[in-house]
Structure formats: C-alpha cells, structure tokens
Ligand binder design. Structure first.
Ligand code: ATP
Ligand code: MG
Length: 834
C-alpha cells in the first residue's frame, strides 16, 4: 500500500536502521503518528543507533522520507532500551522564525540603556529602509524589464529580417535564441541559486507566516532571480516576471535588513541595525508590496497584495510604511520610463513596461451583459481550479521522479520545453491564413501590418501582401506584454478569429501547465492573464454578434476573463481587483471586475485550494492558513502536543547535561523550571536552543557551583550583549556538533535564569485548538483558540499547562488605557461611573 516504506540514502548501515525499525514495531510505536523515531538501542556486541522517518503523507503526498543509521564503535551493553523519541515532522529542513522578542535579562538591560531618543531614531531608520527598499525594487524591476524587452525585441527583429529570405533559417534562429536564453536561466538556477526557481511567492508567504525555508532570502538567490527571470521571460517561455519580482523585493528587503551579504563581503556595519526576525518580517512585507507595485506599476495593488495574500498578520503602522514603499516604487519606475522614452533604452519603449492602457474601452454596460460576464466568472473558476490541480500533479511527479535524477535532467527538461514552445509559437501561425487589414478609421489611426516585437496589433508574419496581418502571430509570435495589450485592445471588432483564439487558448494553457515548476524563475500572473483574456475575448465575440445593438468591446471581456482566471487560480479578490484596475487605467469597469472575481473565486474554492497554498504544501512549507482544518474543531491543546515527554531544563544545570540533551533531540525551545523554597516546581520561562548554543560557545557563564546566582535585584553581571544572541537571517546558525567543550567545561554548571524568556505564552490544557461548533451532546469546549493565538501573534512555542490554581488579578480594557494627563475631573467621572 501507500504506506510501505521505501528506503533512500541508505547504503552503509542498513542493518542498524532495519533493526531500529523492527524495534519500533516491536515496541508498538505507531510509526505514522510519530514519524521520526530516533532511537539508540543496545544489542551486544553492537550499539545500534538509527534514525528513521516513516513516510509521511499529507493529503496523499509524501512530505518526508529519509533514513539514517549509524554503527558506533563496539561497547559493552545490555538489553534493548529506547533512549529518545523525537518527532520532528519536517526532517529539520524548515524551522520556524522567532518573531517573539525574547525578553531575557540581556534584552531588558539593553532596553534600559536606551533613551527616548532611541525610539525616534529606530522609527526613522525603519522609514529610511522602506525608502531604500522602494528604490532598490524599482530599479531591479526597470533593469529586468529593459533587459527582457531588449533581448526579445532583438530576437524578433532578427528573426523577422531572416524570414524575409528563408523561413527555415528564421525558424532555426528563433529556436536557437530562445534556447540559449532559457538555458542560461536554467544553468544559473541549478548551479548557483536553486532557491530562486519558481515564483517564490509560496516561500515568502511561508516566511511571513513564520517558517524559514533555507536559502530563500540570500544574496545569491536575489542575483539568480534577477538574471534567471531575464533569461526565462526573454526566452519566450509561458511564464511571467511578476511573481519573481515579489521575491526579488523580499530579498532586497531582507538583505538591507541584515546589512548586506556577509558571505560576499558586501555588508556594511552601518546598515546592521535590525537584527530580530520581527524587524526583518516588517521589511520583507514592504519588499513584497514593492515587488507587486513594480511589476504592475500598481502601488495600491501592491499594498493590498501584501495584506491579502502574503502576510498572516497586519498592523496599521506597517500599512503606512508599506504604502510609502509602494509609492516610492511608482515614482522610481515612472522616472525610469520617462528617461527611456527618448529611445535611450534600445527596444524598451513606451510599450515595454507592463501596462495595458485600455482607456478607450467600453464606457458603459447594460443589464443583459451581466449574464455573459457571470459565465466568464464560472469559466475562470473552473479553468483556474483545473490549472491548480494539474500543476499539483505535475509538480509532485517532477519532485519525486524527474528532479531527483540531478541537475542535468532539470536543464534538459527546461530546454526541451523551450524548443517545444518555440516550435508551437512559430509553427502554428504559419497555418493561419492572413486577414486583410481593417479599414482605417480616422479617429483611431492604426498601423497595419507591423513587424513583431514592436508595439501594436496586426503583426505581419509571413503575409507577403502589404495590407494583411496574421492574427495568431499577433498573440503567439510576440512578447507576452504586447500580446496582452493586443488581446485587451478595444475599438477593434473581430480582430481575431475564434479559431485562432481557441488554438491559442488550448496551446498556451498546456504550455503554462507544463512550464510551471521547472527550474527557472517563473511567475503565474502573466500566463494567467493571457489565458483568461483569450477565453474572455472569445465570449466577447459571441456577445458582440448576439447583442448587435449594444456598444460592446471585446477588449473589456478579455480584461474580465483575465481577472476571472487569476481569481480562479490564485483566489485573491481585493488585491487582484485593484491591480486590474490599476494596470488598465479604467475605473469604470471596477464593479464588473469585482463581480467576476467573486464568482470565479467561489467556483474555484469549491474544488481545491489556491495556487500558492497548494504549492506551499507540496514544498513542505507548513503554512498555518487563515482557515484551520475542520478536524481540529474538536481538539484541545493537550491533544495537539501529542504524548511525548516534555524536554525541559532545571534552572541550574550541568553543562554536560545541556550538551547531551541538545544532541538527543532537535527541539528549539525548552521550558526552564525552578523549585520554590517550599518545594513546588515553578516554570520560570522558555529558553531557545540558539541561545543555549551561544552560551555553550562563549563559556563565560559557566560556574563551578550548582547554586543559582542572584537575579533578585537585577544586579547580575552582564557578560553578554543582546546582539550576541541574534541569529543572522536565512541561516541555520551554529549547530551543537560544531561546539567542542573540554572535560573540565562539561563538569561546570550554568544558571539559565538570566537567559530565559520570562513571559512565554501559556495556555490551559483544555483550551480548544480552534473555534469549535457547539455540539450539545458533548462536553462544552471553551471558546478560546490556540490556533488563532498562534497564527495571529506569530508564535513559535506555546506551553500547555494544567488549569491554574489561583487568580491574582484581572486585566480589562480599562487597565490598558493609560491616561496621558491625570485630569482630576475625568478620574472622578470614572470612579463614579464604576
Ligand atoms: P520549529 O520546528 O517550529 O522551529 P521546534 O524546532 O522548537 O520548532 P520541533 O522540535 O520541530 O519544534 O517540534 C516537533 C514536535 O516536538 C512538536 O510536536 C512539539 O510538540 C514537540 N516538542 C517541541 N519542543 C519540545 C520539548 N521541549 N519537549 C518535548 N516536546 C517538544
Ligand atoms: Mg524544528
């Protein structure tokens, strides 16, 4: 069956791991619920030690499968003994971020040293960083756009001039140029920046949800993303550069936040100001919004995208800063485009940047049109859900079969797809008859035909005669930005034949599905818009011939189709709606876009999850989504933490014990307990693994006696700066195996009290996991929700404790409102009203 284990990476010590497996079975451990079993059991004359992860299935998809075994040197031992069981459900690949500020002694000390001025300075620097992120992302977007437009423009004009002489030579040239561009992209990604493949939005979404995927915010990822997307988009694959720009913005933000790249010596001490995960999270949010703002020149859309799609929590101060960043991006992009207008940027002209002004479009709509528009919404929902489902299967297959075989296969795959794409986009228009150019309308001068790769419709492909154009080439043999503009274009009735649109829809949809998930940076916005506007225009054509009297534009329907497909696949509403309005400069269509998006999202949601959630799950990113799973409704906090024994530390502990405990599990947070004089145990706080490692490495806090040092008056000698406890972004930090302690050190003691977070979050054991439905026959579950607490506060650990025995106070809203001026009148008023 599905659950039978398959062993991988499993050569030298099969016996040991096999024995571990058998022992686990023998001990009746439920391997499915306890996926990672670490055990060390002794059978003379060997000590066998093995780690095994059983296959873990989430919705039928394997997320972890690993096995490891070791045969240490022979020692005397007796009996079977399971020493440790630890459940790390992700194989250690992703770890959570510490958004919670650890309020330990060093932190409080540092805060106390800072004056009021510091707060102002801190806020000022944050705004300054928001400015820098905007400028950086804007410039990156301009750079990518100029490069893509130039490569593509050069490619098309060269091909076009060659096909005047020989089709075969032009065809081969076209394939070759695309292949070179795509190969360079895939080469960069596989050899230099593997984390830059794909759109990056699921990973960034995970980051802002509280999980760090290794390598997503590194400098090399940034570089790989920028140059990789130039290659993949310039090479004409069915993907876009907008998703990668979001990732680019986030990388720029994170790198600024940590003061540059340490690995490449591009850092400056002066910039190293923000060092907590929490500050970095704010910056990354700004970077995300900046990415969308730059990609679509949609500043408000960027803010809403960050709010709706990527972040899991939000606060109003952040909104202003994100808004500011987006505004800066808009200014930078506009300035750069103004500068390029005079032809200084080669092929990059007014048509280059992604913006599809259809301001000449439909002014009004009539009641009869609402039905076809609703139909577009339904089609969008269906095709979008199908897209998600197909890409999910393909991604799963790729991950498990193709991409396992090595980088060579990844590159070959992308190159193959590139050749197929080139053949289709060059070959299919050849089979279309050329159509005569429309009669010139003095109000809307058109140039027909035009060479491909230039701004405008009516591409002349192989049409020999002067006044003819090829409609399929107009959308297929063109850059995607131009193709979309052509699909959206108003004032041209029946510019495309239904046959051409249908051919393009089927072909491009298939290509987009196949290209998704290959080892190149790839966004889904532009392919989505292409697909959607094609069927939208098809519907529009029927509407035009059906309601002859009304003033209907096919371009309007194309726009609605684009919105519906994006809504059906990405499941965003508000942000997509604003983005669509911002890119088309047509506010009048707002109500229609809203209608279509609501329908397509509802239809899509009936089938599966949004694209980014699906992809995040496939990549093993444990996202806490806004809507918890239904099964959680009946669970309590106690059940969620399983029945493992809690690994905790006493307040004063021997160094050797810390080391052995840290080696025996891979938890990252541990409760610290103390005993009162009367002998009761008392939880004094939470200590993080990373902090313990800092203590073990520096050794300055080791003491000879097992007695606690005095923390009562806070007069503790501070031997650590708070900054020493700070872990660099997107790095694993040090590991316990890197720390070497002598036998003398191991005999020393360490008092953990000054280093614990004294105010961890604590919930009673019977708190419900999520908002439950009240079921009368069952016991009433308290209406509090661990899930929401966890997600909204961005927590990493929560302690579960028995019901508290005493209440020493009560806080209400009034206690949190501290009056600025103690006006006797109001005080009196309050006391009387109470
Ligand atoms: P994260 O992986 O989110 O960064 P973490 O590494 O501290 O946090 P894991 O050790 O990966 O947490 O958690 C895996 C399982 O181990 C969870 O089910 C959790 O309940 C349990 N767990 C975590 N910390 C402890 C602990 N100190 N003692 C016992 N069980 C723990
Ligand atoms: Mg962990």
């Amino acid at each position: 069956g599905l659950r039978s284990s398959l062993w991988l990476q499993f050569k030298p010590h099969q016996i040991a791991a096999g024995a571990a497996y058998l022992a686990a079975k023998y001990l009746n451990m439920d391997l499915a619920s306890c996926p990672n079993i670490w055990m060390e059991f002794q059978t003379p004359p060997f000590i066998l030690e093995g780690i095994m992860l059983s296959n873990q299935f989430q919705n039928g998809i394997e997320t972890a499968k690993l096995a490891w075994a070791r045969l240490p040197s022979t020692e005397d031992g007796e009996g079977d003994e399971v020493v440790g069981v630890s459940g790390n459900n992700d194989g250690g690949r992703v770890e959570s971020l510490d958004y919670e500020v650890v309020e330990n002694h060093a932190y409080r000390e540092e805060q106390a040293l800072r004056g009021k001025l510091y707060v102002g300075y801190y806020v000022g620097v944050k705004w300054f960083f928001a400015l820098l992120i905007g400028v950086g992302t804007g410039l990156a977007a301009v750079f990518i756009n100029i490069s893509v437009e130039n490569f593509a423009g050069w490619k098309f004009s060269l091909t076009f001039s060659v096909i005047q002489k020989s089709y075969v030579a032009g065809f081969l040239l076209y394939i070759l140029i695309n292949l070179v561009l795509v190969f360079s992209s895939a080469f960069i990604i596989t050899n230099f920046a593997p984390a830059a493949a794909g759109s990056g939005i699921p990973e960034i979404k995970g980051y802002l949800n509280g999980v760090d995927t290794h390598g997503i915010l590194l400098f090399r990822t940034l570089i790989g993303k920028i140059f990789g997307s130039i290659g993949s988009v310039g090479g004409g694959l069915a993907l876009g550069k907008e998703g990668p720009l979001v990732h680019t913005g986030a990388c720029i933000a994170s790198l600024l936040g940590q003061g540059g790249s340490t690995k490449y010596h591009l850092n400056s001490r002066w910039l190293q100001f923000f060092n907590s995960d929490r500050d970095r999270r704010d910056l990354v949010t700004c970077g995300c919004a900046a990415g969308v703002a730059a990609a679509f020149r949609a500043p408000v859309g960027g803010v809403l995208f960050a709010l709706e799609e990527v972040t899991s929590w939000w606060r109003s101060q952040l909104m202003w800063r994100v808004f500011f960043t987006s505004a800066i991006v808009a200014v930078v992009v506009r300035t750069a485009m103004g500068w390029c207008k005079s032809g200084k940027c080669g092929h990059f002209g007014s048509g280059g940047f992604i913006i599809w002004d259809i301001s000449g479009g439909q002014e009004d709509y009539s009641f009869e049109e609402l039905l076809p528009m609703a139909v577009i919404g339904v089609i969008g929902g269906l095709l979008g859900a199908l897209f998600n489902q197909l890409t999910r299967y393909i991604t799963y297959w790729r991950r498990n079969y193709l991409h396992k075989k090595g980088n060579r296969f990844k590159i070959i795959e992308v190159c193959l797809i590139s050749v197929i794409t080139s053949v289709i986009s060059f070959g299919l228009p050849l089979f279309r008859k050329c159509s005569p150019c429309p009669e010139a309308d003095p109000n809307f001068p058109i140039e027909c035909p035009r060479p491909p790769g230039m701004y405008g419709n009516y591409v002349n492909f192989y049409c020999g005669k002067d006044k003819e154009y090829n409609d399929l080439a107009t959308i297929f043999f063109n850059t995607q930005d131009d193709a979309i503009r052509n699909l959206f274009s108003a004032k041209t009735i029946h510019e495309y034949s239904a046959q051409s649109l249908l051919t393009f829809l089927v072909m491009f949809y298939t290509l987009a599905v196949v290209t998704f998930g290959t080892a190149v940076p790839a966004g889904q916005f532009v392919p989505g818009i292409m697909i959607g506007s094609t069927y939208g225009r098809l519907v529009g054509m029927f509407v035009v011939s059906f309601y002859k009297k009304l003033n209907i534009e096919e371009g309007t329907y194309a726009l609605l189709g684009a919105a519906s497909f994006l809504g059906g696949s990405m499941r965003m509403t508000v942000s997509l709606c604003v983005i669509m309005v911002e890119i088309t400069n047509n506010l009048k269509l707002l109500p229609l876009i809203m209608l279509v998006l609501l329908i397509s999202k509802a239809v899509g949601d009936a089938f599966n999850e949004g694209l980014y959630e699906e992809q995040a799950r496939l990549r093993g990113i444990p996202l806490l989504e806004s809507r918890p799973k239904y099964e959680m409704r009946k669970m309590q906090a106690k059940e969620a933490c399983g029945n493992q024994k809690v690994v905790y530390f006493p307040r004063v502990i021997k160094v050797a014990d810390v080391v052995s405990s840290l080696k025996s599990n891979n938890h990252n947070g541990f409760p610290v307990i103390d005993h009162t004089r009367s002998g009761e145990t008392l939880v004094i706080g939470l200590v993080l693994r990373s902090h313990l490692l800092v203590l073990l490495q520096s050794k300055v806090d080791f003491q000879h006696s097992p007695l606690p040092c005095d923390t009562g008056g806070g007069s503790l000698p501070i031997r650590h700066n708070f900054s020493e406890f700070v872990k660099p972004a997107s790095s694993k930090g040090i590991s316990i195996h890197d720390i070497h302690l002598g036998p003398d050190d191991l005999e020393m003691y360490i008092d953990l009290a000054p280093f614990v977070n004294r105010s961890p979050y604590i919930v009673p054991e019977d708190m419900s996991l999520t908002k439950g439905l009240y079921v009368p026959s069952e016991e009433m579950i308290p209406f509090a929700q661990v899930y929401n607490l966890f997600r909204q506060l961005g927590l990493r650990h929560i302690f579960v404790v028995p019901r508290a025995s005493r209440v020493i106070g009560m806080i209400t809203r009034k206690d949190l409102l501290i009056e600025e001026t103690e006006d006797p009148a109001t005080v009196e008023l309050q006391s009387t009203s109470v």
